[in-house]
Design a protein around this ligand. Sequence first.
Ligand code: NAD
Ligand code: IPM
Ligand code: MN
Length: 357
Amino acid sequence: NRTYDIAVIPGDGIGKEVMPEGVRALEAAASRFGFSVRQQWHDFASCDYYARHGTMMPEDWKQRLGRPSALFFGAVGWPDTVPDHVSLWGSLLQFRREYDQYVNLRPVRLMEGVPCPLAGRKPGDIDFWVVRENTEGEYSSVGGRMFPGTAREIVLQETVMTRHGVDRILRFAFDLASKRPRKLLTSATKSNGIAITMPYWDERVEAISAEYPDVSHNKFHIDILTANFVLKPQIFDVVVGSNLFGDILSDLGPACAGTIGIAPSGNINPEGDHPSLFEPVHGSAPDIAGQNVANPIGQVWSAAMMLDHLGEADAAAAIMSAIETVLKEPGLRTRDLGGRASTTDCGKAIADAIRTA
Ligand code: NAD
Ligand code: IPM
Ligand code: MN
């Protein structure tokens, strides 16, 4: 009997509302496909925890998590009470670094039933992956503030690119592209203006491409790349970018495909030396939190990515087809999709569809 130990961390805001729906889908898939999920829920990595303890996570968080098969994460952040850089560096960004989850894998797909803001696009026209470097780059703690509060104040933050870090994310992206029918890798750069790190990135793309003769590749500077996401989304297959560029592209892509509410992600340690973490792309959405209106599909799709990662490909596919079924039903769409269904209505309908698939 296959059993998975899942660390469940809902976090803040709508994280606490969409997580039960993600878990509902997980349980439905488990009973349908004959494996079991042992859930360990944690209240840390949240701003509520911070209010009680003055820190986002206990010092021994790693011991408390043990060695789970994967982490299932909601969203963190409540800027009214904890500054965002404190809550995020004290939680999610620590998981990514401490567990060396150097790949942030984010699919972008226009689904049937989702209103697309780009004129004339239909399902199939938008179908690509954003591969985001997830442990270095622009998200660095190298820097500081000098002469604070004076007229000479200087604030500096370095971008860090290591050969090891750049090469491994590029290999992952080329490898993914080599398994796709179109076998095309697009690199996000800005080597015209950011004239040290970005030319290095381009140089490593060229070097690594030699290992993948069957994959073609191109590059766009990030400014025109964002324009092309809107104007020609059909030209993309796998898009690889640095930490910050990947972050921006992975909100823009799903927005072009209708809503960020359905977008999932995997924060992956491909070697399996550490557990991987699965979470929606979106944040805690304080503007709609507590109303039971958030779209739970980003969380549910993340459950599918997690099961795929754990080797339960059939269960993952069943969750995906349940999502497709529910999206086709106008009465089951949440507010971000122009519908009136609640978070729980949508989540329960997906779980039902998984059980009867
Ligand atoms: P956000 O993603 O939380 O919200 C942006 C907009 O999208 C809001 O209008 C929100 O209502 C809407 N939205 C997001 N998810 C939705 C869903 N599932 N269904 C319907 N609408 C949805 O981004 P933000 O406002 O920039 O950030 C809010 C907080 O979340 C901040 O504290 C931020 O740091 C944090 N954040 C956390 C994560 C994470 O945990 N991975 C990601 C992004 C932002
Ligand atoms: C994401 C989020 C995080 C990031 C924030 C909350 C630190 O936007 O997962 O995309 O920038 O990585
Ligand atoms: Mn983001």
